[in-house]
Design a protein around this ligand. Structure first.
Ligand code: ZN
Length: 190
């Protein structure tokens, strides 16, 4: 099942998510549907709050990234209740995008390497190091679980320049080729 992806401006995206309980029913179904939703939108990562589930869970498939990079070892993984234990290295800028913020990309500065603790879909606790693009996607998705978007990192000037575009997205005045849910009903532009 393909979910609607919640657009920028919806307060749901600003909420801090709850841990996925141990006995959470339909976990596999939720994960399968999230993959379907992410692939349909040509994304490489999707966090549960982006489909309206306020749970600490996200999926990644960096193999779906249509760029060849030396620092990319593709991963396809589910992260449940993840915690970034360590961040390492010299911060660098990378052009980020988000399925909730269509057609907006900005250079965001983050550290290049992380150590993450998370549960996989079988309930196994894993501690794993990531770097390069994978570390970047994981940090972006982890932020979603705490109600943070990459637009929270941009400078006031960048934000000012994006103001209209972000407003248009929050009003549904944007053309996207995947199903989205906008905070206010779609209206004709005055
Ligand atoms: Zn995102």
């Amino acid at each position: 099942m393909i979910f609607r992806i919640i657009a920028y401006g919806d307060p749901v995206l600003k909420k801090v998510c709850e841990e996925v309980p141990e006995n959470y029913k339909n976990l596999q179904e939720l994960i399968d549907n999230m993959y379907e939703t992410m692939y349909n939108a040509n994304g490489v990562g999707l966090a549960a709050p982006q489909i309206g589930e306020l749970l600490r869970l996200f999926i990644i498939d960096s193999g779906a990234l249509d760029e060849e990079r030396e620092d990319l070892e593709p991963i396809k993984k589910v992260f449940i209740n993840p915690i970034i234990l360590k961040r390492k290295g010299k911060d660098f800028a990378y052009n980020e995008g988000c399925l909730s913020i269509p057609d907006v990309r900005e250079d965001i500065i983050r550290p290049p390497a992380i150590l993450v603790e998370y549960y996989d879909e079988k309930g196994e606790l894993i501690e794993e190091a990531f770097d390069g693009v994978n570390a970047r996607i994981i940090q972006h998705e982890c932020d979603h679980l705490d109600g943070r978007l990459f637009t929270d990192y941009i400078t006031p000037l960048q934000k000012q320049m994006l103001k209209k575009q972000l407003r248009d997205i929050s009003k549904g005045w944007v053309k996207v080729d995947y199903p989205m849910r906008f905070p206010v009903s779609k209206r004709k532009r005055a």
